[in-house]
Design a protein around this ligand. Structure first.
Ligand code: AMP
Ligand code: ZN
Length: 470
């Protein structure tokens, strides 16, 4: 069975057939962050879904060429750099780095490239595309000197969002002379310089200014991936106008169908409410790390809800992620111990692995896939309890886990135990050898305060991260 995706464009589940005649190479474009602050976990829901998509495509043998852009010029980045009195690129460099650090914490695969809007070759491509749209009479320069896309010239405008174009036309309530644009739905391709832009500007044949956000993505996607691409993703809030505009600009310039499959993730909510700064329920990844949660736990929460369903983020959810991961760790440790160095032999339990991947084939049903995975955990634990697994079968199940984990990336942190924790553990061992139980208990508490639980086993002390509450 091939992969199937719900295509936002058709609203139908479609078989995935890449453009590549050999059916191997896949071109994927993902709208990246606007680098004016730390991305919030809602943004990371989007990037984690895209990571799962890339990993599953790779697991199914596709070669994925993925581009993720960085929006490093817009109103917010300009406002930010001017407020701090530093150059735009110095301001955005900080948040680009923060984004890459966070992506690493969440174990997101790297894209093949991360073009930034302000790179000269990208600006040049934007200018080239706008010039073409002006030549074709699809774009026009308004009295405010900005250049706009005339949506009336693109018959398919509104198709992605399934919008009625009439709704975008000025109604009687709006005086059209308040607008420089011909139509209220026309969007800016190039924004003429004004004072609020300071020294952020580029020269174009039609005057000084800066590109609009939508043309940035059309230019970078077509420059790096070609006129036609297989997959384009983002959050649902990007469908309109951003992705609608990307289609209009790209297809008018190239005369080709821009994207074959559009995939959009639903939003992340916090404790049932929309995440917003004003409600005080706005979390960056760092906020959660500061509360003692790990990237792995946050990844688990973001991964395990189907990407098309709203994800209600709660601290209780993070705590259950911690216990679910604890279960996985115990299971895999137990299997590996049982398997020893014996070579794998087939076991009927491996069918859960097949079901796991089949669920992902079905529009990336990660919740279903996790259901099959936990069936495997439960049944193989039972089989181990009943001595019903051979070592070779356990070895096969370890291999199955490794394959599933190429998509999940949920292996334990190679828990680098901090030096101060290690020193306390060693001191506690010395106290235990001296049978100083009071001291040993006190040290156990000190270790707990640093976020670690110590368990005494035959092989010596074992450390695990402690569950900590918000
Ligand atoms: P932005 O930096 O605002 O352009 O957002 C980057 C990506 O995150 C876009 O694809 C958005 O659609 C997505 N996004 C923004 N907010 C949320 C949210 N609360 N839940 C899920 N995705 C989001
Ligand atoms: Zn975009």
């Amino acid at each position: 069975m091939s992969l199937r995706f719900l295509n936002t464009y058709s609203r139908e589940v479609e078989d995935f057939i890449p453009l590549d005649p050999a059916g191997k190479a896949v071109k994927m474009y993902t709208c990246g962050p606007t680098v004016y602050n730390h991305a919030h976990i809602g943004n990371f829901r989007c990037y984690t879904f895209e990571d799962l998509l890339q990993r599953h495509l790779q697991a199914r043998g596709y070669e994925v060429d993925r581009v993720m852009n960085l929006t490093d010029v817009d109103d917010k980045t300009i406002r930010g750099c001017r407020a701090e009195g530093i150059p735009l690129n110095q301001f955005t460099a900080r948040y680009k780095q923060a984004f890459f650090d966070d992506a690493k914490t969440l174990r997101l695969l790297q894209a093949a490239s991360y073009p930034a809007a302000t790179e000269p070759e990208n600006i040049a491509r934007m200018i080239e595309m706008i010039a073409r749209l002006l030549d074709l009479g699809i774009a026009y320069q308004a009295e405010d000197r900005s250049v706009y896309f005339r949506i009336a010239r693109f018959a398919d405008y509104g198709k992605l969002a399934h919008l009625n174009l009439e709704e975008l036309r000025p109604s009687g309530r709006i005086r059209s002379d308040e607008y420089d644009k011909e139509s209220i739905g026309d969007f800016a391709l190039w924004k003429a310089w004004d004072e609020a832009d300071g020294d952020v500007a580029w020269e174009a044949p039609w005057g000084r200014g800066r590109p609009g956000w939508h043309i940035e993505c059309s230019a970078m996607a077509t420059r790096l991936l070609g006129d036609e691409i297989d997959l384009h993703c983002g959050g649902v809030d990007n469908i309109f106008p951003h992705h609608e505009a990307e289609i209009a600009q790209s297809e008018c310039c190239t005369g080709r169908k821009f994207v074959r499959y559009w995939l959009h993730n639903a939003h992340l909510l916090v404790e049932g409410q929309k995440m917003s700064k004003s409600l005080g329920n706005f979390f960056t990844l760092r906020d959660l790390l500061d509360k003692g949660y790990t990237g792995r736990e946050i990844r688990y929460v973001l991964l395990t809800v189907h990407y098309r369903l709203p994800l209600n983020f709660t601290f209780a959810g993070l705590d259950s992620a911690r216990s679910a991961l604890g279960r996985i760790d115990e299971w895999i440790e137990r299997l590996a111990e049982h398997a020893g160095a014996v070579a794998p032999e087939p076991t009927p339990l491996s069918e859960h692995r097949e079901h796991f991947f089949a669920a992902l084939d079905d529009d990336l049903n990660s919740a279903g896939a996790m259901g099959h995975f936990f069936d495997l955990v439960r049944e193989s634990n039972r089989a181990l309890d009943q001595n019903a697994l051979t070592q070779a079968q356990s070895s096969q199940l370890v291999a199955d886990w490794q394959r599933m984990n190429e998509v999940l990336a949920l292996e334990p942190d190679s828990e680098v135990i901090p030096g101060d924790v290690l020193a306390l553990v060693n001191a506690r061992e010395a106290a235990r050898r001296a049978k100083d139980w009071a001291k040993s208990d006190q040290l156990r508490e000190e270790i707990a305060e640093l976020g670690w639980a110590v368990k005494d086993t035959k092989e010596g002390p074992k450390l695990t991260r402690l569950q900590r509450h918000a």
